[in-house]
Design a protein around this ligand. Structure first.
Ligand code: TYD
Length: 218
């Protein structure tokens, strides 16, 4: 049983996978069906977390240690959970979050090579009070994703190598394989509407199902 009336669904994927578009389309579809929806994003979503985001994504901080990076993402997340996500869930909203804990496992864990157990521990601390949630991974080859942001200035993470982004993508697939009850993988190729049809099939099923996957879904 979930411990609150609302539900949290997180959207994940490599850079350029189209998560943000899918969050917006899913929010519109839910609102049309009468749900109260709150959309937010990571890193960010609060005044403080947006400041942390600025530090994390600024290409001038090339010296940032992987451990610092992991802790800053967790710090931004902790503030977002306490200030925005938990109150919304308590009031019965469906919360759609553009990236969440699995981004840390995929990018800092598989991408940077930090230990997954350590990241789970740090994030368990950061998410004090948050229970279970669902996750949709929009799966796309990193090269395709990178093509989508090639026309604008890239941030510190986007500037990482193709091999880094390949590890991130493989990481998401490994996380999903290990937690199929929580994480659903959706093919991110094709038009936004085609992807939305695939996403919606999962969201509709997840909302009917009263249970939510375990946090970090093992
Ligand atoms: P995002 O907001 O998706 O970037 P954009 O709006 O440019 O698509 O995420 C910013 C970057 O932060 C993205 O490259 C993924 C990375 N990230 C992590 O490495 N770890 C995390 O825990 C999170 C939430 C994001």
């Amino acid at each position: 049983m979930s411990s609150w009336p609302g539900k949290l669904i997180t959207f994940e994927g490599v850079d350029g996978a189209g998560k943000t578009t899918q969050v917006l389309l899913t929010a519109a579809a839910l609102e049309q069906r009468g749900y109260t929806v709150l959309t937010t994003r990571e890193p960010g979503g609060t005044r403080l977390s947006e400041e942390i985001r600025r530090l994390l994504l600024d290409p001038q901080f090339s010296e940032m240690a992987a451990s610092t990076e992991a802790l800053l993402y967790a710090a931004a997340r902790s503030q977002l959970v306490g200030e925005v996500i938990l109150p919304a869930l308590e009031s019965g909203s469906v919360v759609l979050c553009d990236r969440f804990v699995d981004s840390s496992l995929a990018y800092q864990g598989y991408g940077r090579g930090l230990g997954l157990d350590l990241l789970r521990t740090v994030n368990a601390f950061a998410l004090v009070g948050l229970g279970a949630f669902y996750t949709i991974v929009i799966d796309l080859q990193p090269e395709q994703g990178m093509r989508r942001f090639a026309t604008r200035e890239s941030d510190r993470l986007e500037q990482e190598s193709v091999s880094f982004h390949r590890r991130v993508r493989d990481g998401y697939r490994a996380l999903a394989a290990a937690a199929p009850e929580r994480i659903r993988v959706v093919d991110g190729s094709g038009t936004p509407d085609a992807v939305q049809a695939r996403v919606w099939a999962h969201v509709a099923a997840l909302l009917e199902d009263g249970e939510q996957g375990a946090p970090f879904g093992g």
